[in-house]
Design a protein. Structure first.
Length: 357
């Protein structure tokens, strides 16, 4: 830390993104990227947009917002686009939390919530997941704070139903409930349509997972227009050009081929269930994931040990050190071939270690 760094950030521990080692080629199953590249027209659109990079992009994201509104059956004024959904989440912490309005989220969830709370200097309360790693909606009744719920949750992959989210919305009429639907397209209920019914709902979505655009950095929020206007005030006060020309063009092309994206999601869900079966045969216990990853532990080998052994053999998965989940690994669903290679490699690790499958 330099002697100039503001004291208010002295305790800030930044988010640690999934590793991207360059020492060898890895099968990368550690950052929940989509197994498939975007539709070919996406690269073409981005390349064409690059020819105008001497000009600032449209700060209103007019065309993209219109296309997205059409795709989702919402109005443009119910949407705001951001540089990945992390950007949107940060705006939500800025807009709807302060020293009097705490943030409320599960003890095991997306690690960035805690970072954003600290970055924005707001108090937060963590509500423990139940023993089986599910969120108990009853614990969120009258939560007295702005609620952040990843649904499906990460890294557990487990989803609440729309009715359970509605119960939380109804019992917190004086607080904003932020539902982070980063993984919702892989088999969970979306709350997007509920933004017309509940004026305290902000749904946060991303193009990174189900639309294969993690490298483009495109996310958005959906809410009633008043909430969107609050968020726009903050966006225009930080970086009105937060979506660059290439990403904007890529986003439009991506939505024009949404059937391609949907098909890829279906393939990934099928691959997920096949991977689940082969890992269960090897003795793994796996949560009920509605995402593009599995959260798995094995009674015969520790989570960190398995992570290290897999890395030695050229496969990256994500291990978290938190006490309650340290025996687990989060495994992104890759292609069918990658998942077969994973199961085979784990089989070898277990056999070599004399561990019962
Ligand atoms: N929410 C959750 C639950 C996530 O896992 C992630 C991705 N790590 C994000 C939001 C942010 O994704 P992005 O910024 O790529 O949209």
């Amino acid at each position: 830390m330099s002697r100039f760094f503001s004291e208010k950030y002295a305790e800030l521990e930044p988010y640690v993104p999934g590793e991207q080692p360059k020492d060898q080629q890895y099968i990368k199953l550690n950052t929940n990227e989509n197994a498939f590249p975007p539709h070919p027209s996406v690269a073409k659109a981005a390349a064409e947009a690059a020819a105008s990079l001497h000009l600032y992009p449209d700060p209103e994201c007019g065309e993209l917002r219109k296309k997205l509104a059409e795709t989702l059956g919402l109005k443009a004024e119910e949407l705001m686009l951001t540089n990945g959904s992390d950007d949107m989440l940060n705006f939500a912490f800025m807009a709807f939390c302060d020293e009097h309005i705490q943030a409320v989220f599960p003890d095991i969830t997306y690690g960035f919530y805690q970072v954003f709370a600290k970055l924005n200097q707001v108090p937060y309360r963590e509500i423990p997941l139940k023993e089986d790693l599910t969120v108990d909606p009853a614990e969120y009744r009258n939560a007295a704070g702005t609620i952040f719920l990843a649904n499906p949750n990460a890294p557990t992959g487990i989803a609440l139903s729309r009715e359970q989210i509605e119960e939380i919305l109804q019992t917190n009429p004086y607080n904003v409930v932020v539902v982070d639907e980063a993984y919702v397209d892989f088999g969970a209920d979306s709350c997007l349509k509920l933004v017309r019914k509940y004026d305290n709902l902000l749904v946060v979505r991303t193009f990174s997972k189900s639309r294969s655009l993690a490298g483009g950095r495109l996310g958005f929020g959906a809410a009633n227009p008043e909430i969107i206007r609050d968020l726009e005030t903050l966006r225009y006060s930080t970086n009105p050009y937060n979506i660059d020309r290439m990403t904007m063009a890529a986003g439009i092309a991506c939505l024009e081929h949404d059937d391609y994206n949907r098909k890829n999601c279906e393939t990934i869900m099928k691959t997920r269930e096949a991977a689940r079966r082969s890992l269960e045969k090897l003795g793994f216990e796996i949560t009920d994931s509605r995402t593009n990853f599995l959260f798995a532990r094995h009674p015969g080998i520790g989570g960190e040990k398995l992570y290290r052994k897999l890395k030695e053999k050229g496969i990256l998965v994500r291990h978290f050190g938190a006490e309650r989940i340290r025996e687990y690994n989060r495994i992104t669903i890759g292609t069918e071939e990658q998942m077969e290679a994973l199961a085979e490699t784990i089989g070898t690790i277990l056999r070599d270690g004399g561990i019962q499958a």
